[in-house]
Design a protein around this ligand. Structure first.
Ligand SMILES: N[C@@H](CCC(=O)N[C@@H](CS)C(=O)NCC(=O)O)C(=O)O
Length: 203
C-alpha cells in the first residue's frame, strides 16, 4: 500500500497519519505537493478524479480516496484498537459524530479558508463577507460542542475514536487559519489538550 498525502497543515491527510499512529501501523508515504498543484496533474487525477489528498493505493493497484473511507479500510486491516466502535451503538454514535464534525464544524472553517485566506485567493472568486460570516457560525458550533462534552471525555463517548481524529484535525486547521476555540469553551479546550498529548497527534 501507498498513502499519497501532504504535510501539515493539510488536515485530511493528517487524519490518516494519526489513525495509522494510533494503530501502530506503517504505510509507505508519497508526498503530493499541493502548492505545486501536483494534485491536479493528469497522473494524480487518474488516482483521484477530484484531485484531492489523501489517496490510498492498494496492493491490487486500485485507489481509495476520502480520508474517513481510507481509515475504515485500514480499520478492517488493523482492527486493534477499534477506532470505529466495537458495538452497533458505538459504531453508529461515532459515525454520527464524524458527520456532525464534518458538516457542522469543518464546513464553516472551510468557508473561512476558501473565502478569506490569502493562500486561496488565486484559486477561486472569494466572497469575503460570506467567508467572514462563518466566524460567528464556527463560534456557535464550538459552544454547542462544549455543551455536548459535559458528560464524556471524548467526542463520541468514553473511548478515543475516529471522531476525535476528525475533530482534532479540523480544530487544529481552524487555529492555523485564525479560527480559535472560544476561550469560554472550557470543555472543548480540555478535550483539545487531552487529545493533543497523545503521541499520534504529532503525525
Ligand atoms: N473529503 C475529502 C477532502 C479531501 C481534501 O479536501 N483534501 C485537501 C487537502 S487537506 C485537498 O486535496 N485540497 C485540494 C483541492 O481540493 O483541490 C477527504 O476527507 O479526504
Amino acid at each position: 500500500m501507498k498513502l499519497y498525502g501532504e504535510d501539515n497543515p493539510a488536515p485530511n491527510p493528517r487524519r490518516v497519519r494519526i489513525f495509522l499512529a494510533e494503530k501502530g501501523a506503517a504505510v509507505e508515504h508519497v508526498r503530493v505537493p499541493l502548492r505545486e498543484r501536483a494534485h491536479k496533474a493528469e497522473a494524480f487525477l487518474e488516482k483521484n478524479s477530484l484531485g484531492q489528498v489523501p489517496v490510498l493505493e492498494l496492493d491490487d493497484g486500485s485507489f481509495l480516496s476520502e480520508s474517513v473511507s481510507i481509515c475504515r479500510y485500514l480499520d478492517g486491516l488493523y482492527p486493534d484498537p477499534p477506532l470505529f466502535g466495537d458495538t452497533p451503538k458505538a459504531q453508529a454514535t461515532i459515525d454520527m459524530w464524524i458527520r456532525r464534525i464534518e458538516f457542522q464544524l469543518m464546513a464553516p472553517i472551510a468557508h473561512i479558508w476558501r473565502h478569506t485566506h490569502p493562500l486561496t485567493a488565486g484559486l477561486l472568486t472569494q466572497f469575503k463577507d460570506f467567508g467572514e460570516s462563518n466566524r460567528a457560525h464556527a463560534d456557535r458550533v464550538y459552544r454547542w460542542l462544549d455543551g455536548e462534552l459535559a458528560d464524556r471525555t471524548f467526542i463520541a463517548g468514553p473511548a478515543y475514536s475516529m471522531a476525535d481524529i476528525v475533530a482534532l484535525t479540523t480544530v487544529d486547521f481552524g487555529r492555523m487559519i485564525g479560527v480559535a476555540v472560544p476561550e469560554d469553551c472550557s470543555r472543548v479546550l480540555a478535550w483539545l489538550d487531552h487529545v493533543s498529548r497523545r503521541p499520534s497527534a504529532a503525525a
